[in-house]
Design a protein around this ligand. Sequence first.
Ligand code: ATP
Ligand code: MG
Length: 346
Amino acid sequence: MFLKQLNLINFRNYGKLDLQFDERPTIFVGNNAAGKSNLLEAVYFLSTTKSGRVDEETELIKQGENAALVTGLIQETKLEINMQMIDEKLHKRVKVNGVPRRVVDYIGNLPVVLFSPSDINMVTGSPSLRRWHLDLSLAQVDSHYKKSLTLYEQVLVSRNRVLKRIREGQGKVDELDYWTNELIKYAKVVSDARIAFLESMNNFESPLGKFIFEYKQSLLNKERLAEYNGREVAAAVTLIGPHRDDFVLNLNNRNLAYFGSRGEQRTATLAFKLATLEYMALSLGKRPILLLDDVFSELDANHRAHVVEVVSRQQTIIATVELENLPKSFLNSSRILRVEEGVVRL
Ligand code: ATP
Ligand code: MG
């Protein structure tokens, strides 16, 4: 993948920005709050239509404005996301070469992998955060997965509604059958893809360490559902299935959520992201763009050297507060752009 050009209008702290990229790694350097992460986020947003942060999506539009535009050029394809506030609600419209598309058909045009400092939360945070990382990677390479997951979530809502009606004495247990069968069908597609993804990730050897991403599947089938049925009706929610899946990040058989040092947790997150990059590259037959936010600051010299080596394999865009941590030879072969309060200087 190669992103040639990025254009922003009213995105975060940028009023108007037109950027060209070349074959070299791009390094955005600047003080805190200059707008470096916002630039990586803009590329991530163009790729996934998602912010990549937990804030309200309306915050993507520059303060005081009510519309924003992000466009990018890859090879001969123009990607475009238009955001507009209408009645205090954010409306997003996506286009490929000027033709409107549904988001589900749009994703996949610009595969990216983003590493950002807050990703360390995936080690210690909630299972939903880990599923979010997993789903975003899989959705970019596997449209069948993406569609099945969406359908799974829709069926889940319907099935929970029926459970609630049964609890209230308004529905019969056999009304569940249709939704149960549908749920099992889509659950299988989702779990199979997650199994394959984590297996492939674990086969990938990384100089960062022997990390194992251990799938904790909440298996969904008829037998297990029968065991849970009474409790499900009482709770009026579906208690098992991919929406309750999790995975654990292990190093030398230790669960890093409990036993990891901060450095280990950070390295595990980076290892997860770099393994994701290889998985996506293998599935797509082309390498995604790599976005690295403040990756070097807490890494030791060996790990830093490994990251520099990975950077050379695909288009990579880096954000950093200072250049001191980076090897001279790497700086000499990179394009360094200074970011100051919403302005990028060559
Ligand atoms: P750091 O080195 O601390 O990571 P950074 O260069 O990555 O800094 P960004 O996270 O890109 O900085 O944020 C830059 C600034 O953008 C912040 O001051 C933030 O308040 C501002 N900002 C965020 N959203 C908006 C918005 N919608 N409108 C205007 N400014 C915004
Ligand atoms: Mg930042």
